[in-house]
Design a binder for this molecule. Structure first.
Ligand code: ARG
Length: 472
């Protein structure tokens, strides 16, 4: 153990690799070198990979059947201790791999030392990390799917509820609440696809690359890959131990997903603001103010919005760590896991909060209706009507409608509150029939083009999306 001397080498050399070391590391060295607090999360994957490795060595005649049995039993016992909370991790043993191996030695003696035959921590950690991320990706897929399920149910329920659609956050055209939510189903559907793509590249096995050059032992990598559920062993040993693009890819996809969640969260913040009042959130996803008794703050939405910063931070940290690293392994790579673990944790929580808020939100019909009366939201419908019914070229129809809007503005009324005479004072060809299309509900119903906002489209889109996204 290192003494409290921060600079000099002290204590005993590391029993795992300290053959040519006379003393232990300085306190500072031990502190900067240790990763156990972070990488102990890999324990189950480390044990699983070690067992597969030992069994393969047994099959290949490198280890005796007796040793393989002892190793397997010992590793199982360690896993149980870790899961029972009785295992004591030591930071003097640096990382999860050496903690487990040291404990194995205590349990089974010399056979423990044979486990590391034809293996290095370099291929070991890359393998464990990929196994961990593969599981995390599977869990995240379920979480993303649950957000989609929540959005789909809400969209279905409010397929025909009319609300203002915005561009530049200015009232643009009426849309349906369901259609708006379905936009997010599509966006995060692509996030799921990105994660699935990433999983395919995560799912290749570094083990057997050893330190960097492969090994002279007669190992059978294909059988280990199969046992661990990997698609295949990686082709090049240098690449296998030193590449982390699988992690970068995950963090990039996580960042894009975070961006999408932050947009949804921002809309929830806006919609829940009393100035809009488009939705109500219950007490479950809001909090009060310690000074202003009337407040119901959308904290969960704000935090989901903010967490995107962590995701991009993780992506940018690992990108900088990787940039310019010479092949093959370098200790810089030890910094990879903290970023990926944090991003996965962040996403899991953000996704759960997003799903919860979507289920919780109640659209407020009265407020939506009121908002539809602002901003001449059916002006485009009036222009389209002139094109369709009066054969006016669209550019002219746009100009004529602009003048009618100005008239309504001066009078301080909505378009449908102008009289026919007033409209005709701008454009002679307008008839009584125009009032049919000035109603926002009619306007949304008429937008039946593929991908458009009409309630009938939304119902169809929900059905289709349930099949595309929820049945698999
Ligand atoms: N804890 C190390 C990591 O996470 C394991 C690999 C150490 N390899 C070495 N050659 N020191 O990267």
């Amino acid at each position: 153990m290192a003494k409290k001397d921060a600079t000099s080498g002290s204590g005993n050399a590391n029993p795992m690799w300290g053959g040519h070391y006379a003393a232990g590391p300085s306190v500072i060295m031990a502190e900067i070198n240790a990763s156990i607090d972070v990488d102990k999360r890999l324990y189950a994957h480390d044990i699983r990979a070690s067992k597969a490795h030992a069994e393969m060595l047994g099959r290949q005649g490198v280890l005796s059947g007796k040793d393989v049995k002892a190793i397997t039993r010992g590793l199982d016992a360690i896993q149980k201790e870790i899961e029972d909370g009785t295992f004591v991790f030591s930071s003097a043993l640096e990382d999860v791999h050496m903690n487990i191996e040291a404990s194995l030695k205590e349990k089974i003696g010399d056979a423990a030392g044979r486990l590391h035959t034809a293996r290095s921590r370099n291929d070991q950690v890359a393998t464990d990390f990929r196994l961990w991320l593969r599981d995390a990706l599977d869990g995240l897929d379920e979480s993303i799917k649950d957000v989609q399920a929540a959005l789909l149910d809400k969209a279905d329920e409010h397929a025909s509820l009319t609300m203002p659609g915005f561009t530049h956050l200015q009232p643009a055209q009426p849309i349906t609440f369901g259609h708006h939510l379905m936009a997010y189903v599509e966006m995060i559907g692509r996030d799921r696809a990105r994660m699935r793509d990433c999983r395919a590249r995560v799912n290749e096995m570094p083990l057997g690359a050893a330190a960097l050059a492969g090994t002279s032992f007669p190992i059978d990598r294909a059988s280990v890959a199969k046992e661990l559920g990997f698609e295949k062993p990686m082709e090049n040993s240098l690449d296998a131990v030193s590449s982390r693009d699988f992690a970068l890819e995950f963090l990039a996809a996580a960042t894009v997903l975070g961006v999408h969640l932050s947009r949804l969260a921002e809309e929830i913040v806006i919609w829940a603001s009393p100035s809009f009042g488009f939705i109500k959130l219950s007490e479950a996803f809001t909090s009060g103010s310690s000074i202003m008794p009337q407040k119901r703050n959308p904290d969960a939405a704000e935090l989901v919005r903010a967490k995107t910063g962590r995701l991009l931070g993780a992506f940018s940290a690992l990108t900088v760590i990787m940039k310019g690293l010479p092949l093959a392994y370098a200790k810089d790579l030890q910094e990879d896991k903290e970023q990926v673990f944090d991003a996965a944790d962040t996403l899991r929580l953000s996704l759960a909060a997003a799903a919860g808020m979507v289920r919780d939100m109640q659209p407020q019909e009265d407020a939506l209706k009121k908002a539809l009366g602002v901003g001449f939201i059916t002006a485009t419908d009036l222009a389209d009507w002139l094109v369709r019914e009066a054969n006016v070229p669209f550019r002219d129809a746009h100009r004529i409608t602009g003048r009618i809007v100005r008239l309504a503005e001066t009078k301080g009324c909505r378009l449908d509150q102008l009289s026919l005479e007033e409209m005709r004072s701008v454009e002679k060809s307008i008839t009584e029939a125009v009032f049919g299309i000035l109603d926002p509900v009619q306007a949304t119903a008429s937008r039946k083009s593929a991908g458009g906002t009409a309630p009938s489209n939304v119902k169809h889109a929900v059905k289709k999306a349930r099949k595309r996204f929820l049945s698999a």
